[in-house]
Design a protein around this ligand. Structure first.
Ligand code: ADP
Length: 186
């Protein structure tokens, strides 16, 4: 049976960590546009070369590109059991996703939002920069992503809220604590 979960929350909120665990437990596929784009960069594909400067500076890659990546992934699935992590990031992307899901008759099951204050996000992302050496985890890249979340992606909360299934989850504390809160509402 189809199931669609959309994780919302700023960079460093823990979407990837929680989405990965939930996907495993619920037998779902985690789709992270950030991971897909990094994979293209690592493989040096044409798309990877095209987006490198954009992604490294923390800017958003164009809606057309990420929507096409998601469309390709969904089109080969028999049963849509997907956790979106880092997509959609704009209202345009959310509208495109609505259309894709409608075509597939796969309604959105829940939209968890991970809430973490910005000062904590900065600390987490700075720490991650030391460990993972991600090209966009520079001070400027971090600020840009936080700003884009505030200005652009947070508009998805009022977009999804009227439909129900939007749950705000306190993202502070250890990953297991956050996971327990998530499981309690999902
Ligand atoms: P984080 O949530 O930590 O910022 P992600 O791994 O989700 O990291 O994304 C990293 C970068 O990939 C973003 O800063 C952006 O450049 C690009 N990106 C990922 N998803 C999208 C998207 N849905 N729309 C536009 N750009 C995206």
């Amino acid at each position: 049976m189809s199931k669609v979960v959309i994780f919302l929350g700023p960079a460093g909120a823990g979407k990837g960590t929680q989405a990965k665990r939930l996907a495993k437990e619920l037998n779902m596929v985690q789709l992270s546009t950030g991971d897909m784009l990094r994979d293209h960069m690592a493989r040096g594909t044409e798309l990877g070369q095209q987006i490198k400067a954009i992604q490294n500076s923390g800017q958003l890659v164009s809606d057309d590109i990420v929507v096409a990546l998601i469309r390709d992934k969904l089109s080969v699935m028999d049963d849509v059991r997907v956790i979106f992590d880092g997509f959609p990031r704009t209202v345009t992307q959310a509208q495109a996703l609505d259309m894709l899901l409608e075509e597939l008759s796969a309604p959105i099951s829940s939209v968890p939002v991970l809430d973490v204050p910005e000062d904590i996000l900065r600390l987490r992302l700075t720490k991650r920069a030391e460990i993972e050496k991600r090209a966009d985890d520079t001070p400027q890249g971090i600020e840009k992503r936080l700003e884009l979340y505030r200005k652009e992606t947070s508009a998805l909360i009022p977009y999804y809220e009227p439909r129900g299934h939007l749950y705000r989850i306190d993202g502070l504390g250890a990953p297991e604590e956050v996971y327990a809160r998530l499981k309690a509402v999902i």
